[in-house]
Design a protein around this ligand. Structure first.
Ligand code: GLU
Length: 298
């Protein structure tokens, strides 16, 4: 009699991604992120995908995207092709948004950034403090959650543009249990409690772009089967929002690894305009990829 051999369960191959936004040139901070992803993928026998986060069609350009690809090739980052572009997946973000709308968790938001700023300034004039999110931005006022259908229709008819925001209170109630994530990075490690409420009513659909960072990143990590999200510590707290959206949309949760940041000589996080830390400037100065690795400590 032939004995049935039990097939070993298939090993899940780790899938990493580097996800730059082509709204400026890559700098040393991006190099650290891309190199850390590549290193972790190599060490675990994993795959490395590249995602171009270009939902902001006014700031992201094909020229900047090409420059990103050139910098990564020069650095020797072994990412798989084809590259995923967020601008090619807007219907997918819309579908996720519609799921949240169908659950009554989304509302149109009409206040401009300037109006929110003025509101906060007026509130804080006599010593009160308006709540801020983990990035230091004022939380969006919540009164539009409760507009009557007539008021809402009136505003939709009379306002040129509006954003769509998540009603955080309803979203948390819909989830109904505490959220957390598994963290292996350079800051706090282990099981981290998520605190999405700290972000208030986050934007899901910008008034000037089809989607938002939080929505697109969450949907794409699932669509690409990402098992390990490796990115800078500046996005540590944003993970709370991503965990919330994953739970609401029934998406799997990756493991997170938030790595240390490369700071400028002023001790601050590098920005896209950080001229002399741009990989292109360093390359023009005669630096080679091994110099870049040494500079970021990889
Ligand atoms: N596109 C984001 C950035 O360039 C990174 C997103 C992520 O890794 O989650 O800062």
């Amino acid at each position: 009699m032939r004995r049935k051999t039990m097939a070993a369960p298939p090993r899940q191959i780790p899938v990493f991604r580097f996800a730059p936004s082509p709204n400026g040139r890559l700098h040393l901070g991006h190099a650290l992120s891309a190199l850390t992803n590549a290193k972790m993928a190599a060490e675990t026998g994993g795959r490395l995908l590249l995602r171009i986060e270009d939902i902001d069609l006014t700031r992201c350009t094909p020229e900047l995207e090409q420059a990103v690809l050139d910098d990564l090739d020069w650095l020797g980052i072994p990412y798989e092709r084809p590259v995923r572009r967020q601008s090619e997946h807007f219907p997918l973000y819309r579908q996720a948004l519609d799921t949240l709308i169908a659950r009554d968790l989304v509302y149109p938001a009409f206040l401009t950034r300037g109006e929110v700023k003025a509101r906060v300034a007026a509130f804080e004039e006599n010593g009160r403090v308006w709540p801020r999110d983990p990035d230091g931005a004022p939380l969006y006022p919540t009164e539009e959650r409760n507009l009557s259908p007539e008021e809402r229709a009136g505003k939709l008819a009379s306002t040129e543009r509006h954003a769509l925001r998540l009603d955080m209170e309803k979203a948390l109630a819909a989830v109904g249990h505490p959220l957390s994530w598994q963290e292996t990075g350079d800051g706090k490690r282990g099981e981290i409690s998520a605190d999405p409420a700290a972000w208030g009513d986050v934007v899901l659909w910008r008034s000037d772009a089809p989607g938002s960072y939080h929505l697109a990143v969450t949907v794409d990590d699932a669509a690409q089967g990402i098992t390990h999200v490796v990115r800078g510590l500046d996005l540590f707290h944003a993970t709370s929002v991503h965990r919330l959206l994953q739970d609401l949309l029934g998406l799997p949760q990756p493991i997170y690894h938030h790595h240390r940041l490369v700071l400028g000589s002023d001790g601050r996080k590098l920005s896209k305009s950080a001229g002399d830390t741009a990989l292109a400037s360093l390359r023009a100065d005669g630096k080679i990829p091994s110099d870049i690795r040494a500079m970021v400590g990889i």
